[in-house]
Design a protein around this ligand. Sequence first.
Ligand code: GAL
Length: 417
Amino acid sequence: MTKFRRLTAVAALLGSVCASNAYAEGTVEVLHWWTSGGEAKAVGELKSAFESQGGMWIDSPIAGGGGDAAMTALRARVVAGNPPTAVQLKGPGIQEWATEGALNDVQAVAAAENWDSVLPPVLAEIMKYDGNYVAAPVNIHRVDWIWASPVALEKAGISEMPTTWAEFNAAAEKLEAAGLVALAHGGQPWQDATVFEDVVLGVGGPDFYRKALVELDADALTSDTMVAAFDQLRILRGFVDDGFSGRDWNLATSMVIRGEAGFQIMGDWAKGEFLAAGLVPGKDFYCIPTPGDGFVMNSDSFTFFKVAGDENLKGQQVLASLIMSPGFQKTFNLAKGSIPARTDVPLDDFDDCAKRSHEDLLKATEAGALVPSMAHEMAIPRSVRGEILDVVTTFFNSDMSSKDATAALAAAIQRAM
Ligand code: GAL
């Protein structure tokens, strides 16, 4: 072989090596907060589906349930001029980032695949900015659930799941009398707020919830109904064990899994933990909506930040399409505990908790009883949510009276507006 030929052969070889390093289906760096057992399993489905299409996935998990730490990390990345390609983001947060001009749209994919025809209109609106899709939803989580351990309930002589707050309180007292933890809880602001909003819905009903926690109506915030909601929260605080402070939500779920605690009030991402531990719904654990009418909705979605480079842009398009594919929506949600965001995915292979969630979602939509989660950033701007979380957490960790809490809530919201 002549020297020239040898050089050409080396160049060809190098060319093919480089080509195989460029991912035909693009690259994504994905920032998310899914680090618990069930969450990691669910996001693992997305990663392997993306990789099996020939894409390269760079994982950027930020631990911390509810996503507060992830949102801080995101802000720092954007300020540094180095945003991730895809970010788990939701509700008004999507609009806030879009208004800042930080997002790419995926309208071409959405139009080609006709997302409008398969998403509930209320969810589709949240995903759009200026009429164009800037986010793709993966699921619908229900926040107002009680999870229970049949073993613990049996030990305490409880034969029925509670359907009113009075029944819940009575059952919790029995669990305590049997030497068990009545309510597994982790003392973190977003967890306190999760329980709080479920109680607000249960005590006040959907219209009251909407007035107080979505419209931030001053009369609702300072009403006797809000005082009654704080009273019930105070009772629930009494059912929590001493070690609750700072505990992660999935560790609280583990207490129910092990039968050390009777109940946990948490969204259905908790079901992902029971399932990941190999437990069977209706047999090894129970689910029932928290008392009262309505449905507190939380939906996870991914947004696509402004990044340069064909490979990254390609990655965003491929990821958007994959997220919305019926097959992925099924596998992901079977692991995550939620139900698909798409309305046309059959639920035959889903369990009874998921089927109940779907039925109640339809009923609540019809009855005007579907409300967005305040705690999970579906309802109000992050800054105002932060003020509410501060008051709720202060109440939970002190002997503040319910009246003082309502006054503090109204004052805090006024400051934030
Ligand atoms: C929620 C999120 C869920 C869940 C939970 C706990 O805000 O929507 O997907 O994982 O936080 O981390």
